[in-house]
Design a protein around this ligand. Sequence first.
Ligand code: ARG
Length: 463
Amino acid sequence: MKPWAGRFEKEPEKKVEEFVASISFDERLYKEDIKGSIAWAQALARAKVISEEEARKITQGLEEIKKEIDKGKFPFDIADEDIHMAIERALIEKIGAVGGKLHTGRSRNDQVATDLRMYLKKEIKAVNGLLNNLCQTIIEVAEKNVDIIMPGYTHLQVAQPVLFSHYIMAYFWMFKRDFDRMVSCFKKMDFMPLGSAAFAGTTCPINREFLAKELGFNYISDNSVDAVSDRDFILHFLSQSSILMVHLSRLAEELIIWSTQEFSFVELDDAYTTGSSIMPQKKNPDVAELIRGKAGRIFGNLMAMLSTMKGLPLSYHRDMQEDKGGLFDTIDTLKACLDLMSGILSTMKINVEAMKRALEKSFVNATDAADYLVRKGVPFREAHKIVGEMVKHCSKFNLPLEKLDLEVWKRFSFHFEEDVLEYIKIKNCLNRRDSYGSTAPKRVEEQLKRAKAILKRQKEWLS
Ligand code: ARG
């Protein structure tokens, strides 16, 4: 019989039972649910709503149930509806009628709001642990290849030379911001809802501060209606996860392009690629492609939850049970993608020769040739036009700028002198990009130092 069966004359239809049940997916909240219930029993005992002895029995029963679930020996049953009622049913079966005292002054509404916050706080730590590993991997890859020069692109057209280490470190900063966003998301959900009961507040004189402390919350919620109605913390997490997936997807796309035969800037490790069932020569970047592809479902989970919430008046509605599927899927997907991306990066090989070849045939130093003229007093717009014409000339003869004789340079502008050839050497182009945060090797070195200090701070947050 259902715990709520009192006012009903018959049992729900089987298909109704199946439709409303969340046990198949919310069972993963069992640790939080049991921890919350043990703290609740203690709070009830402190408030003298139940005796110490009753609280002890309840606690012991719950601990046994936890062990059974840990071992996979707990009989989950769709008839229990959700994890909260499954555990309560098992508790009453185990310790008898006293188990029925646990739910005094509490509702599944504040219970699920508490479980979810506890669970998500734990998972954010896990996500950030993986983000931190990824940040560390990027620093390692950058340091290992610190001097390699590659052409940088805008519009996917060759633009200017850049250190590979500088380029890849751009992703470090994106993931660092993702880490920070997750920290802020963590802080915003750090409010303990228990004591809100169904929505209006509990009649039991429980100590909410005690409960918060027991359950690892820094604050208690200020409004019981808000506490049970709020799913902002899930929306917040799903939004931050979507931004994080944008970053992962862009990096994945980068690697997919770089590993084409046409680019060949990197070779992905066999362990992170797959073959074709028909074309024997193929080595496909499927893992990177799937990371890119899975961004779609993460955005979808956010859209689904936004749509679920937007029309709901306060307070709790069963619609909100729909928060879990997308949330759990996002957590699982995110964790897998983060872990795999670290694997791809730490095992890939960089093809220095291919980058060099691409640099040679692509006028990456054209901006610098114009800069040279600017230093001689030529207005930038004019310099831009002169070098543009030189590029047109070189393209006709399939020559890089540096292969032109000085005499030809001078034909385009008498300001060009012999030192221009030294000036436009790629190495010098890099060295001159020397403002804070630019690609000059010594700036990249500083950047790496700052990044390592951040890594340390991130680790501290995790511990
Ligand atoms: N399984 C429900 C959920 O996940 C728990 C809360 C149910 N509350 C209720 N009043 N029916 O949302």
